[in-house]
Design a protein. Sequence first.
Length: 320
Amino acid sequence: EQAAQLPEKFQAGVEVALVRQLASGDFFQQWLLGAEEQAKALNIDLRISDARNNNDQHATDLQRAIDSKPDAIIVDHGLATTVNPLIDDAVKAGIPVVVFDVENDNPEVVEIQQSDEEAGTRIGEELVKGIGGEGEVGYVYVPGFAPLDRRNRGWDEVKKANSAIKEVAQFGEVSDSTANDTQEQANAVITANPELKAVLAPYDEFAKGVVNALEAANKTDVKVYGADISTPDIGVMTKEGSPWVATIATDPANVGRVAVRAAALKLNGDPIDTDVLVPPSLITQDFLRENSVKTLEDLRAKLPELNTQDTATADWIPKS
Ligand code: SR1
């Protein structure tokens, strides 16, 4: 019934290439579920590739996607130096392009992000408040990933405004098993810095790695401030004695839906802003416990603003 209201080209079926740099971990899995759900509602055949954090492979996948002449391309994460020249080629070839979490300044490209600089500031300020405005903190950061670089700019602002906060260690690893690899580095940081009061870990895989290291070292008085949310993350945050006290997060499935809707609007020639922001919410451990939130479904019910169904949409786009 819904398909009949779609524009003609969608009724016939359209192909959208989703070219992913990373796909492992809760955020990326949930994001894909949302994207697939929205694609199905729009009769879009989503052609998905995953470069598993290998940037050469990401470039190869993007070139292959361009060569296959899809109706649109969504580039999900990736280094600007790797993907932007190819994105320019795609635009020149007349293919509509949407990027999520890529630093790109081609005016034809729709860029989606989770207001990451502001997110970095908000979770950083929460950390400062949580440790009384002073003390030693650890920071998990890997440069080169647009959302992490943007959050880092927000955190830099917080540090400038709070001179009694001493960042004593920066560490982290993004890989196919980010949480485990970050945990190994966190073990060493925790041992070397016995006065640590908190760790800022603004990516849920980072946060989980740090939590595991703190639990193994019996140092759960060190507070963890993270980013992202998922059902497993909620389990970690609400566990008795958990050091993970706050996170700044969108609903990743909602962001995936926004990306597919943006591609649909662009390929249909409908108006869409070049910059699409999906604002995150600050979610505390206290909020989750007080509201008996155990799953992402529970959280969606308690925080309906996580579903930005009016972002990047039109009357003909089915709500999913
Ligand atoms: C390695 S970048 C990881 C981040 O990408 C998405 O923006 C998620 O929020 C995650 O924190």
